[in-house]
Each structure stands twice: as structure tokens, then as C-alpha cells.
Design a protein around this ligand. Structure first.
Ligand code: UTP
Length: 291
């Protein structure tokens, strides 16, 4: 039986250049979708999947991310004194238990692979989850739980995948598929950001992974790939002879909050998923489109 997955790595050290000037002072991950920062959705999804420990790979100037998940005694006291119990619960629910939240600083944004490598000491020798908060998933079962359940069956690396339009393969890590069984696609190779004409498939990795710790040894070689960055996909590709690699066609819809259009789409989708907002939002959107 495979080891229980307890730890999540959240790489949040990127510059967020696509959202400048919003991200000049506010980290991209702290921009809210409806009423919660984007990164809070990722943490809630992981907690709902049984993850206990969180490792943020962060950068200078992004301290508000760690602060958001720590206790805020003065705010809690003021809300309590005013009898605002519902609001107090909202604030308390965001706090992660002491000792269960860690931040490592990635001094230079050398790539996603390097960001994950920064968490090696804190993860140790056990399977772990990587979540890119930019990708938000609306689903019945948390996407991370779907991956962990699949990982319990097949072990190795299990990542969330979806089919993307062929003209977008150069934005993703793409699977070279060996075989498919139900919702699991076994890969014989992986390519980071292939041109549409050379992509081995259109099955793209999105920001949810369960990884075997063997990947750290490959990342430790610090080999540079596409964009002159240390790519996670390349390191995973080099472990394929040692551990199985499966893509899971997860149940749910992914929203790419790393782009402006995707961010608006996520706000609308998550707004419509709110029972108290949906009845007012739906007619409003219809009206806007008719204008
Ligand atoms: P992106 O490619 O979206 O980069 O990174 P970015 O800097 O966040 O955004 P743009 O492109 O400048 O607008 C994907 C994920 O990997 C993390 C980012 O924080 C994001 O969660 N990342 C990327 C790191 O933590 N370190 C890196 O060196 C690169």
C-alpha cells in the first residue's frame, strides 16, 4: 500500500507580471475571487482532501500569504467583542494550526521545478501534493482528493490532466500517452510547452500533482529547460523509468486565474456556484450580455 499523502507544496514565488500593476504590492495569490484570496481556495481544497501540512514556496514581499493563514488575535477579539460570530468563524477558519504551515523563500524565480526543489527538506522522503493556486477547480469531489485516491491505487506520480485545444499545447506540459484505462492515462514521456505541430498529444498537465519524492533527486541536478527555467515536467520525465506516471482526467472544471480572462471567468463561475449570489447574478449577467 502506498504511503499516506500528508503534505502540500504551494509554489507562490512567481512575479505575477500578467496582473501588473495589481501585483505591484499585492501578491497575485492574494487577489480575491468573490470573497476569498485565490490561494485560500487551494488550501481549502487540500484540507478537504486530508492534507495536514502546508509548505509555501514564496518570495520577498509576499509575506501577506503566510499572514493570511495565521491567527489574527486583535481582529478576532474585536469581532468577538462586537458579537460578530459568523465573521469570527470566517476569520478563524482560515488559520492553519501552528507548526503545520511553513514558508521557504525562493530567492530567484528560476522556474517551477526549482520552486518545488526548495521544499525538499520540509517534504522529506514521502509522497506529496503540489498545487498551483492559479488553477482553480470547481468539482463535486476536491480535485486533490481525486488524485490522492488514484495515487493509492497506482502509486508513482499522478497529475491532473485535461484536453486542451491543439494551438495551446505550447502553454502546458503535455503527455506522450502509452495507454489509457478509464480516467487514467499512463505516460511514456512528457514534453514541456511543445509547439502544436510536434506535441505528442493534447493532454495537458494542470496545476495539481501527487508526486513521488524521487523527483527531488532529478530537480537537484538543476537542469534548465524551456524558457531557460528549471522545469518540473522535465524532471518528472527523467523519472519515468523508475516510477509510473499517470494523468487523471479529473471530474470538474478548471479555471486559469493566471490570465485576465480566466480570472473573470472564475469570478463568474464561483459567483454562480454561491447559492446566495446566483439568483441575482444570473439575470444581471444576461442583461449585461444583451446590452
Ligand atoms: P507562472 O508561469 O504563472 O508565473 O507560474 P507567474 O510569475 O506566477 O505569473 P506571470 O507569468 O509572471 O504572470 C506558475 C506557478 O509557479 C510559481 C508561480 O508562483 C505560480 O504559482 N512559480 C513559478 C514559482 O513559485 N517560482 C518560479 O520560479 C516560477
Amino acid at each position: 500500500m502506498s504511503q499516506r499523502v500528508r503534505k502540500a507544496v504551494l509554489p507562490v514565488a512567481g512575479l505575477g507580471t500578467r496582473f501588473l500593476p495589481a501585483t505591484k504590492v499585492i501578491p497575485k495569490e492574494m487577489i480575491p475571487v468573490i470573497d476569498k484570496p485565490v490561494v485560500q481556495y487551494a488550501v481549502e481544497e487540500a484540507r478537504a482532501a486530508g492534507i495536514e501540512e502546508f509548505i509555501f514556496v514564496s518570495a520577498e514581499g509576499k509575506e501577506s500569504i503566510g499572514a493570511h493563514f495565521s491567527a489574527h488575535p486583535s481582529l478576532e477579539k474585536q469581532l468577538s467583542d462586537k458579537g460578530k460570530t459568523a465573521e469570527l468563524k470566517l476569520v478563524r477558519d482560515t488559520s492553519l494550526p501552528p507548526g503545520k504551515i511553513h514558508t521557504v523563500i525562493q530567492e530567484n524565480p528560476l522556474g517551477l521545478g526549482h520552486a518545488v526543489w526548495c521544499a525538499w527538506q520540509l517534504v522529506g522522503d514521502e509522497p506529496f501534493v503540489v498545487i498551483l493556486p492559479d488553477d482553480m477547480v470547481l468539482s463535486k469531489t476536491p480535485c486533490i482528493k481525486q488524485l490522492i485516491d488514484a495515487h493509492a491505487r497506482v502509486g508513482g506520480h499522478v497529475v491532473a490532466v485535461e484536453d486542451v485545444p491543439r494551438d495551446q499545447t505550447n502553454r502546458y506540459g503535455i503527455l506522450d500517452v502509452l495507454s489509457e484505462q478509464g480516467s487514467l492515462a499512463k505516460a511514456k514521456g512528457l514534453v514541456e510547452k511543445p509547439a502544436p505541430e510536434s506535441a505528442p498529444s493534447t493532454l495537458a498537465i494542470i496545476g495539481r500533482y501527487v508526486l513521488d519524492p524521487i523527483v527531488f533527486k532529478e530537480l537537484d541536478k538543476k537542469t534548465k529547460g524551456a524558457g531557460n527555467e528549471i522545469q518540473l515536467t522535465d524532471a518528472l520525465n527523467r523519472t519515468l523509468s523508475s516510477v509510473p506516471f499517470h494523468g487523471l482526467r479529473f471530474e470538474g472544471i478548471r479555471y486559469d486565474c493566471g490570465t485576465r480572462v480566466g480570472f473573470v471567468e472564475a469570478n463568474v463561475a464561483f459567483g454562480l456556484a454561491h447559492p446566495d449570489m446566483e439568483p441575482r447574478l444570473r439575470p444581471l449577467l444576461k442583461k449585461l450580455l444583451e446590452e
